[in-house]
Design a protein around this ligand. Structure first.
Ligand code: FAD
Ligand code: EPU
Length: 337
């Protein structure tokens, strides 16, 4: 365990907001958490787990203790005719897990290539991209329940997974530390090609019978072209979730904009927040050091040394402009601290 005081978080969040944490503790072994849990002020809100900082916006210094979990073992637990069960500890970098499984031709998370951050954070918003979500391959999550300080295992079915949602954002909110994730990956992978331009891009590259490695690589290419690299331009990916609206609301938008893109979700309709932002005249909009990324306006970027507060105000301006035009309230995906 390593303990630091008055610690700069500038390199530990992908918006590169230069704030400090009162205490910053790097937890190197799961067992170290036992004693720490009594030590940090758990219930006072002065306690935070920070993974890769790729889905977080700090609006001020953190007046408390941040725990950064660095334990990162990967192990194969068991396998049967169809599946291999892999246990990944919370500190594993998510994309390293994707590379590991693709290299072994184990299917299930190959379309989630290049999502920044750690394994420990992945179940919280059920990370998803290009037609796959974590829930499709997740078997179990191990976590410490902060209400009784016991290590517990929760099955996929009990995680209440939804679009960018899980039990960790609902009844377990602020009451858990995820210590590891167990995935169930397929030994006979079937490429998932139904999202956007994945098939087209594969054809353009002359690949007609893609392996999961081909799919993963083409998604890496698409993402590199579309999304800003946080090492170059600060951002946290999509700032807002795509709104899910009812049929009546959708029809009223369609009357005015017959070409509105949409995706059916049971009896509701998901429409791209990027489209709403673009139609509100805010694609590529820039104010001072902050803007919407010209290729993907759902991504808010920090072009310079913007503060977290300024970024939050910018996000609120987007919300109010979209609301004025469409009467739809965009909900942040990013965790605002
Ligand atoms: P952090 O930002 O460190 O933390 C996020 C939240 O989880 C915080 O509330 C934190 O307290 C909590 N937390 C973290 N670890 C733990 C733990 N072990 N136990 C308890 N709580 C914990 N997301 C997608 O779903 N799909 C995408 O395609 C995608 N693309 C992205 C592209 C870019 C360029 C960027 C910057 C982000 C993107 N994201 C995407 C968002 C982000 O990568 C994911 O949400 C990721 O899972 C966050 O991981 P992290 O370790 O950085 O979490
Ligand atoms: N669009 C526009 N204008 C634009 C860009 C996009 O109108 O400038 C519309 C188009 O209709 C396009 C649609 O938005 O078809 C969807 O765009 P895109 O495929 O880029 O995906 P997204 O819905 O904006 C979501 C996730 C991403 C994930 C991609 C790929 C959310 C909030 N975001 O973005 O996740 O990588 O799909 O699956 O669901 C993240 O969560 O941080 C993230 C980056």
């Amino acid at each position: 365990m390593k303990i630091f005081e008055n610690y700069s978080l500038a390199e530990l969040n992908t918006f590169h907001i230069d704030v400090r944490s009162n205490k910053f503790i790097v937890v190197e072994k799961v067992d170290e958490l036992d004693n720490l849990i009594d030590f940090v002020e758990l219930s006072s809100g002065k306690f935070l787990i920070l993974g890769g900082g790729s889905n977080i916006l700090f609006t001020k210094d953190f007046d408390g203790t941040i725990l950064h979990l660095s334990f990162n073992q990967l192990s194969e637990l068991k396998s049967d005719d169809r599946f291999v069960y892999i246990k990944a500890e919370a500190g594993v970098v998510w994309d390293e897990l994707v590379k590991y499984s693709v290299d072994k031709n184990l299917g299930g998370i190959e379309n989630l290539a290049m999502i920044p951050g750690t394994v420990g954070a992945a179940p919280i918003q059920n990370i998803g991209a290009y037609g796959q979500e974590l829930k499709d391959s997740l078997f179990e999550v191990e976590y410490i329940d902060l209400t009784d300080k016991k290590i517990k295992t929760i099955s996929n079915e009990k995680c209440e997974f939804g679009y960018r949602d899980s039990i960790f954002k609902k009844s377990l909110r602020d009451k858990f530390i995820i210590t590891s994730v167990i995935l169930r990956l397929s030994k006979n992978p079937v490429p998932v090609l139904n999202y956007g331009n994945v098939s087209n891009e594969l054809s353009k590259s002359g690949i007609d019978k893609p392996t999961i490695k081909d799919v993963s690589n083409i998604i890496r290419k698409i993402r590199t072209e579309k999304l800003p690299d946080p090492n170059q331009i600060g951002n946290a990916g999509s700032f807002f979730k795509n709104p899910i609206i009812d049929e009546n609301k959708f029809e009223s938008i369609k009357e005015k904009y017959p070409d509105v893109p949409s995706f059916r979700q049971e009896n509701k309709i998901k429409i791209p927040a990027a489209w709403l932002i673009e139609k509100s005249g805010l694609k590529g909009y820039k104010k001072g050091n902050i803007g919407t990324y010209p290729n993907q306006p759902l991504v808010i970027v920090n072009y310079g040394k913007a503060s977290g507060k300024e970024i939050l105000e910018f996000a609120q301006l987007i919300q109010s402009t979209v609301f004025e035009k469409f009467q739809i309230q965009l909900e942040p995906e990013v965790n605002i601290i």
